[in-house]
Design a protein around this ligand. Structure first.
Ligand code: ADP
Ligand code: MG
Length: 261
């Protein structure tokens, strides 16, 4: 007779009852979200609804006032100890953050480093890889995002679409358990959006766990396992794209989709 508890693969990301406010402004109002390993979650919602704040809480760039977040089964931010909430050490936070990739709207590349060094920097700085191995990995990842011929360029010499593809390669270099994207194509000229979405789609179909904030509803329909609609700091509804996008149950979701489609 088995007496042990069954082994359950931990969620890639688990957000528990998170409340976040700035002064009197309540930005996240009781958010619960579970992302399974390999799952692609797309977050939709109007401007100011708390989408970026939610990603920043997951990455511990912001601390929730109430609630907690775990990534790959490890608690981030406030840790629950019985009924008490305990702060994690800075070191623990940094270790956990290095397991999460973050791709920003404005790329945030290091301007003074070449494309190759932008991608190789983090594995060296965190002591994960020696320089030669990091450079080899960076070349491999830049090849994957279609930039094998631009390794020696500086960010300013690249288009926005190319810079964002470098940022994606850089996020991949730490072999993260999950990659968070905050409106990765919003700053791009329309003709450059497709090349970035194609790279993200390649990751999605190869089993990488992704959480993507975007207004690209067509893209969400193509790649998302789950669509989450957030408004006023609350998850209004979530489910497969065929439900949330094609048969939304809530008026606020219908209203939002009618504006972005
Ligand atoms: P979204 O990404 O959905 O547009 P955000 O998470 O960026 O929304 O912001 C949600 C709300 O929180 C907005 O009203 C925004 O002005 C406010 N906000 C975000 N960051 C801060 C901050 N650091 N200080 C004060 N208010 C903030
Ligand atoms: Mg935002």
């Amino acid at each position: 007779m088995s007496t042990g508890t069954p082994t359950v693969t931990p969620a890639a990301v688990e957000v528990h009852g998170v409340h976040k406010w700035y002064g009197a402004l309540r930005v996240l109002d009781g958010v619960d979200l579970t992302v399974r390993p390999g799952e692609v979650t797309v977050i939709l919602g109007p401007s100011g609804s708390g989408k970026s704040t939610l990603l920043r809480v997951i990455n511990h760039l912001e601390k929730p006032e109430i609630g907690y977040v775990s990534v790959n089964g490890e608690l981030i931010g406030v840790r629950r100890q019985g009924e008490r909430l305990k702060e994690l050490s800075e070191r623990a936070i940094l270790t956990q953050r290095s397991r999460i990739g973050f791709v920003f709207q404005n790329f945030n590349l290091f301007p003074h480093l070449t494309v190759l060094d932008n991608v190789a920097a983090a594995p060296v700085a965190t002591g994960r890889l020696a320089k030669p191995e990091a450079l080899a990995l960076a070349r491999e990842l830049l090849d994957r995002v279609g930039l094998a011929d631009r390794t020696g360029a500086y960010p300013r010499q690249l288009s926005g679409g190319q810079q964002q593809r470098v940022a994606i390669a850089r996020a991949l270099a730490l072999r993260p358990g999950v990659i968070l994207f905050d409106e990765p194509t919003s700053a791009l000229d329309p003709e450059l959006v497709g090349e970035v979405l194609a790279v993200i789609k390649d990751l999605a179909t190869s089993g990488t766990t992704l959480v993507i904030v975007t207004h690209e509803v067509g893209f969400a329909r193509e790649v998302a396992d789950r669509v989450v609609f957030i408004d006023g700091g609350r998850i209004v509804e979530q489910g497969p794209p065929s439900e949330v996008l094609d048969r939304p149950r809530h008026e606020r979701t219908r209203d939002f989709l009618s504006k972005v489609l």
